[in-house]
Design a protein around this ligand. Sequence first.
Ligand SMILES: NC(=O)c1ccc[n+]([C@@H]2O[C@H](COP(=O)([O-])OP(=O)(O)OC[C@H]3O[C@@H](n4cnc5c(N)ncnc54)[C@H](O)[C@@H]3O)[C@@H](O)[C@H]2O)c1
Ligand SMILES: [Zn+2]
Length: 386
Amino acid sequence: MSSPVATFSFPTPTLFGPRTLGELPARMKLLGIKRPLVVTDAGLLDTDAFRALGRTLGEANRNRRWFLYSGVHPNPIESDVREPAALFQEKHCDGVIAIGGGSALDAGKATRLLVKRPGFDFAKFYDEPDWSDLAPFIAIPTTAGTGSEAGRSSVITLDATKRKAVLFHPELLAKLVILDPELTVGLPPKLTAATGADALTHCIESFTCPAFHPMCDGIALEGIRLIVDALPRAVRDGKDLGARGKMLVAAAMGAVAFQKDLGVVHSLAHPLSTICGMHHGLANALCLVASLKFCAVRKPGLYRRVGIACGLDVMKCSDAEADERTIAFIAEFLASLGLNTKLRDHGVKPEHLDALVAQAWDDPCHKTNAVPVTAADLRELYLTCL
Ligand SMILES: NC(=O)c1ccc[n+]([C@@H]2O[C@H](COP(=O)([O-])OP(=O)(O)OC[C@H]3O[C@@H](n4cnc5c(N)ncnc54)[C@H](O)[C@@H]3O)[C@@H](O)[C@H]2O)c1
Ligand SMILES: [Zn+2]
């Protein structure tokens, strides 16, 4: 009889702390990067975070050449990967540095695929076994949410399907992650809240999905504790480096945790981005509470340990009471961050429902949800959040 095999993997070298960006030149040298391509989105160009990177690269070596691709869209599309890959080839670059939120990081991460195989058809990603020897990749997040820097996946909306595809491969991992809280200081409060809600959702969904992964479970619970403590402070005072730092670590922890799996909230959120253009973190935030209630009814007691991680005294409550108090806490927490609006407040209309449900049903995340989900359930959940 064969026993199931669980795979645990936590390998990314990570530098953490204010001004760790200063370590970049020495680390580039170790990685053999002399002509990096910097990948980002246009919104970053006018931030202190980007200016700090420019200074650091400039100071590293007056003769050093570095090149810039700044055309990444929010919720990146194929051209956000094809164009920087072409620039990489044209300028004979030897490594990719992505700076920005999950969009820039995902685009930069996947750029190396097309450097290796120009003209590659993304739809055939999983037919291609050999993704070894990708160009070295350094990830520098300026939001604290997706944790893309710590993950081995890149989320790209494909031309052919207009749906988000999760390109997952261990070779996509960064060779180095720099978590420098000073780089997130300029992130406005609304984006701080929405990206933080993404990290919270990663931790809750990964902890409650049924796969066997006690290491991820522990990381997810500590991530929740950090977020509950630090996110309100980071939203209130963007210059609070302690809170910013905790959020950066918690976001990376969320991504480490969701190598276990995700759940229905992410299946609801992905189509809200591709069809309605909604920010990923906001989409998760607006679908989270209804989804928690949906799961708790079907699996009582599911959120007891989430509640304990939130600081609630629910150890001795009944299953139903533990869930109820935890979900009420999360609902109030999101409301205190201004994340208690409805989907309709963000341009989602009843006529979007059929397309949303069809895409959410095709999305793989709900297949690993804490409890089974039907297409009818997805429709009901959208209606509740609408
Ligand atoms: N790879 C993964 O594991 C993973 C996980 C979750 C989400 N994602 C993907 O990540 C994307 C969302 O990423 P995100 O939530 O970080 O948002 P984002 O990268 O789309 O950025 C949102 C906005 O914030 C701005 N911004 C970023 N940092 C800033 C700063 N320091 N100061 C001022 N403005 C700043 C950007 O210019 C952009 O306009 C989605 O495409 C989502 O699907 C990927
Ligand atoms: Zn997410």
